[in-house]
Design a protein. Sequence first.
Lengths: 358, 349
Amino acid sequence: MADAKVIPFDDDHRPRGGAAQRPSRRRSPGSRRQGPAQAAAVGEVQPLPGVASVREDDPVTGEDEQPQPQEQTGDGSGAGGLERRVASGLAFLRRRLTGDYEVDDFGYDEELTDQVLMSLLRPVYEKYFRVEVKGIENIPSEGGALIVANHSGTVPVDGLMMQVAVHDRHPADRHLRLLAADLVFVLPVVNELARKLGHTLACAEDAERLLARGELVGVMPEGFKGIGKPFGERYKLQRFGRGGFVSTALRQRAPIIPCSIVGAEEIYPMIGNAKTLARLLGFPYFPLTPTFPWLGPLGAIPLPTKWTIQFGEPIPTDGYPPEAAEDPMLMFNLTDQVREQIQHTLYKLLVQRRSVFF
Amino acid sequence: MLVTGVARQLGGRFVRRILRDPEVDRVVGVDAVPPEHHLGGADFVQADIRQPTIARVVAETGADTVVHLDVTGTPLVSGSRTSLKETNVIGTMQLLGACQKSPSIKRLVVKSSTNVYGSAPRDPAVFTETTPPKSLPSGGFAKDTVEVEGYVRGFARRRPDVAVCVLRFANILGPAADSPLASYFSLPVLPTVFGYDPRLQFVHEDDVIEVLRIGSHEPRRGTLNSGTFNIAGDGVLLLSQCSRRLGRPTVPLLLPAVTWAGSLVRTLGMTDFSPEQIRLLTHGRVVATDQMRETLGFTPKYSTAETFADFARSRGPGLLPPEALAGAVDRIAALPLPGSGHSPTQSAN
């Protein structure tokens, strides 16, 4: 396919390791344990079209557990399992109807996220974009950490997919708390869902508060420059804001985990930007894609690209003195280091990618 | 000790409570109207704090502690918004002017509100005492509190020998609370803004009395009671949770419709649904209470959820009592299984 022009960089010595580490696509904790053995078998096989169909079979076993992944018991003994599921479903309904559930200071509704919202996002993650996650072990099992990712795709679906990836694949069941643009919190419905999913406004105060509580925080410092860039500039990282995320991580001594997302760039190829319309609506841009708005709501369906999310090696920040957060030079250097690492990984993943859609 | 705003429930309760403390010799209650409740032996002086007579009251009583509680969002007796604003702002100015001249005053406690932070989508999720608001409240009680705090800061600068304690209370609820939010939650059907589910924080009346006591006494060892403190119960409740726990159904309305309905209700005088109230019920507000715990040394007895439960008990059941709903779900659970059972999970959103 017509990929971006890719310049392979030096030291390409880890691709095979990355492939071998690819965990199995199953989600249930039992199969996650035996993941490496299975992955070793699959990992050697280069993903050819034939293999793709084999891998399609895999999630089917997980399909029937989708409504309630928590209650999956494995034995599947007909009425007993169903009864248990009905009982827990009704208990859930009862809690929801009587308001007997907890949210944290940021409005994060863990129960709703786990039981309902993730179940809605999971089919998109598994079936539509067929997200492949690499390097999940780079995310620490406990303590605060800042995941810094590239941002693309006109509509910020990549953040949501990253959240599902961490939620479903991380062995320690960590929850990613995303930092979102202020526009998200202005729009009705969107702001409500974002808060319940655990997102909060991208500002230093909130990020520091979350990191101090030992949460896993995800940020996409490119912001609107990243998702609103034209298709021709795909996989070219934009400026990383003002590098505020680095000083936040330095202040909280949280490691920075660079994350590269491949596949999101092509879901809505933005070939034009209706600036006047955007200004009228108060949006930072108004995308024109080959299908949107020409085909109406049908044109708003994203292209079914194949995604890869790679979490890179953490960059520790606890070795710096406390005053380092005030040092602009160090901040710029670290920002560039993170940016370059994400860009390198993007190029590497693009070289490995066979096609946009498979 | 001089206490303003004693004709209100909160002021009356505070006076009765503080009289029992051994450190307190005499309490003088001040308000423009005589209180309906008894003050437990405290002296009452009928004086309007908007008038210069308050200076004479302060001078004659020789109070060493002034507790200013007359900063409120609801008029006591069918007063208009203008007179309320005058009491809040002009009253504070007069009182502070009187305090500045008084040589005996050692301590000033001012009741403020977390309204000073405003409520906007571009604000951080949690406000600390030092967070500057992104959008200052444009009017109403919230603007009053901002102005009151401004004058209090000026007073603190001019009289550095006086310990000034500004207490920013979250929404005060409890069995006897008469705040605008309490009247909102007493509506049979709660109008909400479509597409927004604000995070709310409450503080219980009992905790309010307790923290006012801490503020008006000598600080205990290892604590400091001068400065500005957020006062709120632990935890957060979403408006949707509140309505479900209260058993009152919500009617989501579009934001312009809510604004219009608010002005209509205000005109009819049913409840004070002011613009800043609507903003609170749209975007919500949460404050950090680390300063309250660590510096002031106060731990609230009631969390936000417990405060709300106490309030809900005092209000009686709504149209959809949570017990009835829970009972209905239990009855469904007791039924024999009719086939596919996992649909409730999907529809429960």
